[in-house]
Design a protein around this ligand. Sequence first.
Ligand code: NDP
Ligand code: 8X3
Length: 247
Amino acid sequence: MKKTILITGATAGFGAACARKFAENGWKLILVGRRKERLDALGGELGSAVEQTIRLDVRDKERVFECLGALEVDLLLNNAGLALGLEPAWEVDMEDWETMVDTNIKGVMYCTRAVLPGMVERDRGQIVNIGSTAGSWPYPGGNVYGATKAFVQQFSRNLRADLLGSRVRVTNLAPGMAETEFSQVRFKGDDDKAAGVYDKAEPLRAEDIAEVIYFAASMPEHVNLNAIEMMSINQSWGPLAVYRREG
Ligand code: NDP
Ligand code: 8X3
């Protein structure tokens, strides 16, 4: 029987690439996002692979439970998320922080809590959470965004702790810089600034992330990939920063 993947944030970037990858490999898709025209376009492109498209804001707790609570899915990809701004903590727009917390933390909590009881009952299933290198490695301006992804990392581990003894798998996938609409969202439509992030850097592509998610899904069912971190060949860590006084 065909397996079903539920993808949040399917309308762009990693989510859309995953929809294509899993459809190519015979999976059924349930696609979630806020932009209806994008959901419709994917529905048209991927045809009968698409079991359902759901126009849903993952911050809306009641609707998440209403729309996802009764679904039978083999894999939940908690991918919907965003970064807003790169300002230092003392200058940040409070609403941006709240939006990131509501989407990247609470949205992941709601979707997981809605889908997990069915997986536990069937004693089968997999959750892949999209974290980020920003959840482990701090950088200036990463303040709340990085902290939301640190939540995703620890939430993934704690889910595994709760699920010991069941056949439900959980993976935290932490990509580094990847070229999607991520920076256009972060810089609120400033396309030049967004393009500057990737300029001459050969970032990861959405398809690279989809490949790894498909790999995690294809492992034998007794194998749980706890954590995966991936970066472009052109990205690495910096030294610890030292501030030196002038003069
Ligand atoms: P994109 O901006 O290209 O895609 C983000 C997706 O999330 C869109 O489909 C968007 O759909 C959806 N989304 C955002 N907010 C909501 C919401 N409230 N409810 C439902 N869907 C929502 O970015 P990426 O593909 O790059 O990002 C995917 C994930 O990967 C995010 O969690 C991001 O933090 C993470 N990530 C990205 C990296 C990168 O460098 N690109 C690196 C590491 C992690 P819509 O607007 O239609 O709702
Ligand atoms: C996205 C990667 O480095 O822009 O999670 O935070 S980064």
